[in-house]
Design a protein around this ligand. Structure first.
Ligand SMILES: Cc1ncc(COP(=O)(O)O)c(C=O)c1O
Length: 403
């Protein structure tokens, strides 16, 4: 018998604490920002695949994809960024990746050494946080308000690192419909944060994975990338949550100095990991034909789900708990009284067929578990009402509603 346990690489990622129950399948899935299922039109997706194959011919699948990925899709991305996000990027600076997560993995692999500080928001997306922790980075949470990181707090953190002879690798931000805090950072706050980051020579990484998910809020402010001409902002985003998590197509926009240094992105001969050229063809053809109507269908589906979730919270949770009221995106962040422990309670919720994310998964120290996040993109409005009711019942039994 081969004893594989003795053979694994010493370079495997470090173990990161995960709450019990996190990997159990359930019916009421409030723990993942899945794409909305009913807006996925299989016939139109098949038509897009056919169009992609007919345009590209057999050679488009016989060969490895070009450096940076599908040329048409890179042009489409650049056009959308100019139209929707207020900045000009050359298609040559865009690279197609396996989701935003794929772009983030390449960037973390390329920049992070164990012990490197990365400045993140007070709570931040658990996937990239986990990748940072697995690589031994030191995510430092910067206190934030409803407009993003506080510039003075960012300055304090950078100054304190400087005094210790250290420099952060990135100011790492999710500036639109932040996951999990829900805010969108204003242009004024972005300028203030950029000013601080520039004074300390630290690049900004902005993850705009939710930029297509405005429900009924104000139009989104210009991206950080549109506010600096210094080549010090890196941009990542994704089609995943718009068109389907199973497609896993995302992208990054890199300043020239970065792109040239990354063989995963610019080598013709290196088969790029993860991203399927067939999926990128489909995304390109489908977006060309259906972008506006698809985004509108997603908006309408998210609107009724969000309203169902907010109503269910209103009806089932006491008024001394509070929660965000998102105008875009697909998640609500809830605060329970101090002492509630949503990390410990997840397993019990899973036994009732409901899953959420405890606040601690968005924190490097795994703390602040009187908070938790609910997502509303996956289940129907009726299921959302039922699932939130079940959760409230559990939290009441646990004594979390005793104020
Ligand atoms: C902020 C943020 N970034 C990135 C991702 C991962 O995106 P993708 O599936 O495109 O890799 C997620 C998924 O939840 C997310 O919330």
């Amino acid at each position: 018998m081969v004893d594989y346990a003795t053979m694994f690489s010493r370079a495997l990622p470090r173990a990161v604490a995960t709450p019990e129950g996190a990997n159990v399948p359930v019916k009421y899935i409030f723990s993942v920002t899945n794409a909305v299922p009913e807006v996925i039109d299989s016939d139109e997706y098949l038509t897009a695949i056919r169009a992609g194959l007919e345009t590209g011919g057999p050679q488009s699948l016989a060969a490895y994809p070009p450096a940076g990925g599908h040329g048409g899709l890179r042009e489409l991305v650049a056009e959308r960024l100019a139209n929707n996000r207020g900045f000009t990027a050359s298609p040559d600076d865009v690279f197609i990746s396996d989701g935003a997560g794929g772009a983030i993995t390449i960037l973390l692999e390329s920049f992070i050494n164990p012990g490197d500080p990365v400045l993140v928001e007070e709570f931040t997306y658990m996937g990239s946080l986990r990748m940072m922790l697995e690589r031994g980075a030191e995510p430092i949470h910067v206190p934030s308000d409803e407009d993003g990181m506080l510039p003075d707090a960012l300055e304090d953190a950078l100054a304190s690192l400087e005094r210790a002879g250290r420099r952060a690798k990135f100011v790492w931000t999710i500036p639109v419909y932040q996951n999990p805090l829900g805010f969108s950072v204003s242009v004024g706050r972005k300028r203030a944060l950029l000013d601080v980051a520039q004074r300390y020579g630290v690049p900004v990484l902005e993850n705009e994975s939710y930029a297509d998910f405005r429900i009924d809020g104000e139009p989104l402010p210009t991206a950080f990338s549109g506010l600096s001409d210094q080549g010090d902002v890196i941009y990542v985003s994704s089609f995943t949550k718009l068109l389907g998590c199973g497609l896993r197509v995302g992208f990054g926009v890199l300043p020239p100095g970065v792109k040239e240094a990354l063989p995963q992105v610019n080598s013709e001969n290196l088969p790029r990991r993860g991203v399927s050229h067939l999926a990128t063809m489909m995304v390109y053809e489908y977006m060309r034909e259906h972008e506006a109507e698809h985004i509108e269908a997603v908006r309408q589906a998210l609107l009724v789900r969000r309203d169902a979730m907010l109503e269910a919270l209103e009806q089932n949770f006491p008024s001394f708990c509070d929660w965000t009221h998102p105008t875009g995106g697909m998640l609500v962040f809830v605060r329970l009284p101090e002492g509630a422990d949503t990390w410990a309670t997840l397993q019990k919720a899973v036994e009732r067929d409901v899953k959420y994310n405890p606040g601690g998964v968005f924190r490097a120290d795994r703390g602040r578990n009187n908070y938790f996040r609910l997502t509303y993109s996956h289940n129907s409005p009726d299921e959302i009402r039922e699932g939130v009711g079940r959760l409230a019942e559990l939290f009441r039994e646990k004594g979390y509603f005793e104020g």
